[in-house]
Ligand binder design. Sequence first.
Ligand code: AMP
Length: 360
Amino acid sequence: MKSPIPNPQSLPPGSTIGILGGGQLGRMLAMAAARLGYHAHIFTPEQDSPAAEVARACTVADYSDAAALARFAQSVDVITLEFENVPVAALAAIKNVPVRPGGGVLSVCQHRVREKEFVQAQGIATAPFAAVGSMQELQAAMKKIGLPAILKTAQFGYDGKGQWKIEREANAPPLHAGQEYILEGMVDFTMEISVIAARGIGGEIACFPAVQNVHRNHILHQTIVPAPITPALAKEAEHIARVLAEALQVEGLLAVEMFLAKDGRILVNEMAPRAHNSGHWTLDGCATSQFEQQIRTICGLPLGQPDMLFPCTMTNLIGDEVNAWETHLRNPRARLHLYGKKEARPGRKMGHVTVLSGSN
Ligand code: AMP
């Protein structure tokens, strides 16, 4: 049999992948890169980051440091990210090296109003929302959308940070001048689900199966694989992720978080153009991990199979939950992943454990 002709745009093993962000996603991405014979160079403002520990090189500088970004770009063959809140203007300092996903995708995904407008423009439902920049606009938005509602900063929020539930007009929080917000109607949901789509540089798309996400204190606690939903709903959720990845022309991954509303509709909550916490199970329960898939997409390699091999449950180890690491190691169905973070602060993601279903 003749071997297939390599994609002329593909980056050969031995090339260097630049990764913006030094957290646990960058760490697992660098490990996936190494497995396929690539080198990783991390760019992060953080000293001693989880990703730097497993990468060949690390630049410690601020994301807005255009000169440092330009030097970083000169030393790598392609740039990808584990963190989408990199200023788009700073990315403009990067010349002659592909950035995958590109600035256009980031600009949509890092701003909640642009993101929801984009989703609705594809004919896909979201919670009702309104952009808010002042107290008057907030008053008008509360009237239009109704209460209870959730006020969120339009940018830079994560794990419930920068979010306020408003039950009555009188307890609306004070707004910061110059800050952009979004007011979202409260969705009455039966379940939160997500789908991660991968889109290669030739436009091919592969979706990981839909999973259920259970949050505690606004932080992802567990991912249940597969999501306990009908095949028709799982197909619809995958279709939504596919349509959005195509519409955004993503080169890389697109994680799409959705609500399954009580009325049976699927509403998109948010998108992240990168590997996602709800995809960590793929390291142990899937034919291809999300991290390997991200490397494959940005290097122009054939996409891996996204098929689930084992039903499983991924649980985040937050703060001092990590102290139970030995118990997890004793469970023959459990696969433990620790991120090498020194201090187990409350709310901090220290690791995760995936327990494969089935008998021993
Ligand atoms: P987010 O940062 O937008 O992902 O929100 C964090 C979590 O808050 C979500 O996973 C939901 O559990 C909850 N949440 C956010 N927005 C809404 C909404 N419009 N309606 C109901 N729950 C929400």
